[in-house]
Design a protein around this ligand. Structure first.
Ligand code: F6R
Length: 242
């Protein structure tokens, strides 16, 4: 595991955007796994600038997102489809047909999970997967207790995740209780992983990820086993690591 220390959120975002650009240019990233949430917004902002200055091209890249809420249509302002359009896709040159997210509005969500897993396989697997981390150590929406062998599946969100994500909704009651997420096995099959973390509220989860025992009670600890994991975290997120 390679841990890169950043000063703060801005520095983390700059370092991460440069790493993504370098990986795209150096190592044939055809399939890029994306995350949503607050953490990668600064990375996406900087990536947009770099792409539009010609530092990297997304025109041949396929993107696959980690997750989507169940019950929100793609055009719902709180869906991750909308988030990705707003923070990245509509600002860069990438054909819509090459951007993929689970369909949380599918009639048969179980079938949708199988479709999504098969799609990742057909694309040849994820070359570089971006991840954030939940306060409780979740990755994707794989909450504590999730099986390390899980594949794309329907999950119930933990109360702490619902509370953390309520900031995007007018009312906590509006936060969906379920999501489709890539499973932990799906995630760790990615050839490379880049996990970002910023702020004191991530410090415990980051300490556990770096120094804790590998255990399903903290899903992120599974990443210790990955042969190409980079963590870019700021001083605050690293403050409990010895
Ligand atoms: C997002 C995702 C989640 C977030 C995590 C951290 O696609 O899968 O695991 O990365 O909940 O969220 P933020 O960045 O909002 O703290």
């Amino acid at each position: 595991m390679n841990v890169i220390r950043a000063r703060d959120y801005e520095d983390m975002s700059e370092k991460a955007s440069q790493l993504v650009v370098d990986k795209i240019n150096e190592s044939n990233v055809n399939v890029l796994g994306l995350a949503t949430g607050g953490t990668p917004v600064g990375l996406y902002k900087r990536l947009i600038k770099k792409i539009n200055k010609g530092k990297a091209s997304f025109s041949n890249i396929h993107t696959v997102n980690l997750d989507e809420y169940i019950g929100l249509s793609a055009d719902d302002p709180n869906s991750y489809h909308r988030y990705m359009d707003d923070v990245l896709f509509k600002h860069i040159n990438i054909p819509k047909s090459q951007t993929h997210l689970p369909n949380g509005d599918a009639e048969d969500v179980q079938l949708e999970c199988l479709r999504y897993e098969a799609l990742i396989h057909e694309l040849g697997g994820v070359d570089l997967q971006l991840l954030g981390i939940g306060n409780n150590g979740h990755i994707g929406f794989n909450e504590p207790g999730s099986s390390f062998s899980g594949r794309t599946q329907v999950v119930e969100l933990a109360p702490s995740t619902i509370e953390a994500n309520a900031r995007y909704f007018s009312d906590e009651e509006m936060v969906p209780r379920q999501a489709i997420t890539m499973g932990i096995q799906t995630i760790i099959e990615s050839k490379g992983i880049l996990l970002l973390a910023s702020g004191l509220d991530k410090a415990e989860a980051i300490q556990e990820l770096i120094e804790g025992e590998v255990s399903e009670s903290c899903p992120a600890t599974v990443l210790q086993k990955h042969s190409d994991l980079t963590i870019i975290a700021d001083e605050q997120a690293l403050s409990l690591v010895t």
